[in-house]
Design a protein around this ligand. Structure first.
Ligand code: PEP
Ligand code: MG
Length: 576
C-alpha cells in the first residue's frame, strides 16, 4: 500500500482500477466477440501486420537515404518481430480460446513478451525489448485504426491516470465510465480540475511522478476532497474509505435538502446562487442542484473536440436551448475565452512562451472579428428566447471594453438591417480577472452593466502564480490580503456606480470563504452545480452582520494562511 498527497481538485471518493493514458499508451477495451467473429478478427490482425510491414519498409528506405545503410539495418530486427510465428500463433490461439477482440489479445501477448525479454540476462536479447515494444505499438495503432481510443469510448469503469489531460480530453470523458482521475501536473483551478468538478468526478492533480508509480489495473482509492491517492489499499483502509464515502454522501444529502430554498441570511439579505457550466448538457445538473440561473457559461468548450469552427447556426441552437431551458432565470454567456490552458487543436494558435499573458480571450476575439462577430450574432439572436446576458473575458482596461462594444453595436446594426429580432437592451458585463481591471473597476463600472470577478485568473495574475503549475500551487492563495483588498475594491467600485457584482472563479465555491464574500457585499456567486446546495446551506445559517464581522476581521489579518485558518475556524463554529 502506498499513500500519495497531491492537490484536491474535485471532491468525492472513488475506488477502482487504474487505467494509464499517455501519449503512446492505448486505451484498449476488453470487448467480447462471438465465435462467428473469429475469421474477421484474424483478418484484421493479418491486415495490421501487412500494413505495419509496409510502414517499416518505407521507413527503412527513408532512413537509408537520409542517414545511411547501417542505421537502416535496425529495422531488420523490427521486420523479424513481425514474422515471429510464435507470437502470431499465440495471438490466434488465445483469440479462439478467450473470445475477446484482437487488439486486446494482442496487447496482452505483447505485454508478456516484453516482460520475458526484459528479464533475459543476455544484453543483445535484452535490447530486443525495445524492438518488440516499438513494433508492437505500431501493430496496435494499425489494429485500432491509428487512433488512440478516445476517452469517451471507455467500456468499463476506470480511474484515469495521466501526465495531464487536456480540457478537451476531460470534456470528452464519458462520465459513467470514468470514476476519478489523477494527474502528474496541474493546479486547483486548471481547466482539467474545473471540468472534473462539472462532471462530478473526484480528481487529484499535481501528483508529481504519479504516472511512473501507478500501472494500469492497480487498485486505487482517490480522495478528491483531501487530495489523496492510495495505491493497492489494504482491507482496513478500504473499509475506512467506504465509511468516509458514506459520510460524504450523508453530508451531500443534508446540503441537498435546501437546494430549492432561497439563499438568504437569517436577516433576509439575499444573494444569487447560480452555476458555472461548460456545455449545454450540464443544464439538467444545474436544475437538479437547485441552480436559479447560470452565472458563467464557458462557451469555448463548444469549439473543442470538433473539426472546424462552429457555425453561427450551431452557436444559436446551443444558446437558444440553454436560454429556453433556464428561462426566466438569467444565463450569462461568456464570449470565447481561448488561450492559456484552453486551446483548439484545429486552430493554428502560435505557441507562446507565456500563454496566459499572451494572445488569449478578448484579445484573440478583437483580432479575429469574423470569429467574434459570428458568436455575437448568435448570442443576440438567441437573446429573445430567454434571459440572456453576455460578458467579455480578460478585459484589461476601458479601451478594450469599448472596442468590444463597438463590434457588438456593428453586429446589432447588421441584424437590425436584416430584420432579425434580438434584445437591444441585453446586459453586457465585464469579467474582472486582470489586476489592471481590478484597479480601474471604477472606470469600467461606468461602461458595464455588471461585473463578474474571475478569481482563477485574477489570483494568478496578481500573485504571479501560474494556475496550472503544481510546483507553485502553495503560493496560489485566494485568501492572500492582496486578493481580498482587490475584491473589496471591485465590489465598492461597482456599488458606487450602482451595478451588481458577482464572482465566478472557483473561490466562490470555497465553503470557508462564502461568508467572507457575503460580508464584502458580493451580490451573486456562480459555482459548479454540485456546490450550489452547500453554498446555500452556509448562507442560511448566518446574519449579514456576522458575515460582515468575518470579512472585517479577515481583512485585518496579514497573511493568507491566517485568513484561511480564521475563516475555516469560523465556518466550523457556524456549522456546529
Ligand atoms: C476565472 O478566471 O476565474 C474564470 C472564471 O474564468 P476561467 O476559469 O474560464 O479562466
Ligand atoms: Mg478566466
Amino acid at each position: 500500500m502506498q499513500k500519495l498527497k497531491g492537490i484536491a481538485a474535485a471532491p468525492g471518493i472513488s475506488v477502482g482500477k487504474a487505467l494509464k493514458v499517455g501519449r503512446e499508451e492505448f486505451v484498449i477495451p476488453k470487448q467480447p466477440i462471438s465465435p462467428q467473429d473469429i475469421p474477421l478478427q484474424i483478418q484484421l490482425f493479418e491486415e495490421a501486420l501487412i500494413q505495419t510491414r509496409k510502414e517499416i519498409i518505407q521507413l527503412q528506405k527513408r532512413i537509408s537515404v537520409e542517414m545511411g545503410q547501417e542505421e537502416a539495418q535496425i529495422f531488420d530486427a523490427h521486420l523479424l518481430v513481425l514474422e515471429d510465428r510464435m507470437l502470431i500463433e499465440e495471438v490466434i490461439s488465445r483469440l479462439k480460446k478467450e473470445l475477446v477482440c484482437v487488439p486486446y489479445i494482442f496487447s496482452e501477448v505483447l505485454k508478456k513478451y516484453i516482460t520475458v525479454f526484459s528479464k533475459i540476462e543476455d544484453e543483445y536479447l535484452k535490447e530486443r525489448t525495445a524492438d518488440v515494444n516499438d513494433v508492437g505499438k505500431r501493430i496496435l495503432s494499425n489494429l485500432l485504426g491509428k487512433k488512440r481510443t478516445a476517452l469517451e469510448d471507455l467500456k468499463e469503469k476506470v480511474i484515469i491516470v495521466a501526465h495531464d489531460l487536456s480540457p478537451s480530453d476531460t470534456a470528452a470523458m464519458h462520465k459513467q465510465n470514468v470514476c476519478a482521475f489523477v494527474t502528474d501536473i496541474g493546479g486547483k483551478t486548471s481547466h482539467t480540475a474545473i471540468m472534473a468538478k462539472s462532471l462530478e468526478i473526484p480528481a487529484v492533480v499535481g501528483l508529481e511522478g504519479v504516472t511512473s508509480r501507478i500501472n494500469s489495473n492497480d487498485m486505487l482509492i482517490v480522495d478528491g476532497s483531501m487530495g489523496i491517492v492510495i495505491i493497492d489499499p489494504d482491507e482496513e483502509t478500504l473499509v475506512a474509505y467506504q465509511e468516509e464515502l458514506e459520510k460524504f454522501k450523508g453530508v451531500s444529502q443534508k446540503f441537498l435538502s435546501v437546494k430549492d430554498l432561497p439563499a438568504v441570511t437569517l436577516d433576509n439579505r439575499s444573494v444569487e446562487i447560480v452555476a458555472n457550466i461548460e456545455l449545454p448538457d450540464e443544464v439538467p445538473a444545474v436544475k437538479l442542484h437547485g441552480g436559479k440561473g447560470i452565472g458563467l457559461y464557458r462557451t469555448e468548450f463548444f469549439y473543442m473536440n470538433r473539426k472546424g469552427l462552429p457555425s453561427e447556426e450551431e452557436h444559436f441552437q446551443a444558446y437558444k436551448y440553454v436560454a429556453e431551458e433556464m428561462n426566466p432565470y438569467p444565463v450569462i454567456l461568456r464570449t470565447l475565452d481561448l488561450g492559456g490552458d484552453k486551446f483548439l487543436s484545429q486552430f493554428e494558435m502560435p505557441k507562446e512562451m507565456q500563454a496566459f499573458l499572451g494572445w488569449r480571450a478578448i484579445r484573440f476575439c478583437l483580432a479575429q472579428p469574423e470569429i467574434f462577430k459570428t458568436q455575437l450574432r448568435a448570442i443576440l439572436r438567441a437573446s429573445v428566447y430567454g434571459n440572456l446576458k453576455l460578458m467579455y473575458p480578460m478585459i484589461s482596461g476601458i479601451e478594450e471594453l469599448k472596442q468590444a462594444n463597438r463590434m457588438l453595436e456593428e453586429v446589432k446594426e447588421e441584424l437590425r438591417k436584416s430584420g432579425v429580432p434580438f434584445n437591444n437592451d441585453i446586459d453586457v458585463g465585464v469579467m474582472i480577472e486582470v489586476p489592471s481591471a481590478a484597479m480601474t473597476a471604477d472606470l469600467l463600472a461606468t461602461e458595464a452593466d455588471f461585473f463578474s470577478i474571475g478569481t482563477n485568473d485574477l489570483i494568478q495574475y496578481s500573485l504571479a502564480v501560474d494556475r496550472t503549475n503544481e510546483k507553485v500551487a502553495y503560493l496560489y492563495e485566494p485568501t492572500h490580503p492582496a486578493v481580498l483588498r482587490m475584491i473589496r475594491n471591485i465590489i465598492e467600485s461597482a456599488h458606487d456606480e450602482e451595478i451588481w457584482v458577482g464572482m465566478c472563479g472557483e473561490m466562490a465555491s470555497e465553503p470557508s470563504l462564502v461568508l467572507l464574500l457575503m460580508g464584502l457585499g458580493i451580490d451573486e456567486l456562480s459555482v459548479p452545480p454540485f456546490a450550489i446546495p452547500e453554498v446555500k446551506y452556509i448562507i442560511r445559517l448566518v446574519t449579514q452582520d456576522t458575515a460582515e464581522q468575518i470579512s472585517k476581521e479577515a481583512l485585518r489579518l496579514s497573511t493568507g494562511k491566517e485568513v484561511e485558518e480564521f475563516t475555516m475556524r469560523r465556518l466550523k463554529e457556524i456549522l456546529k
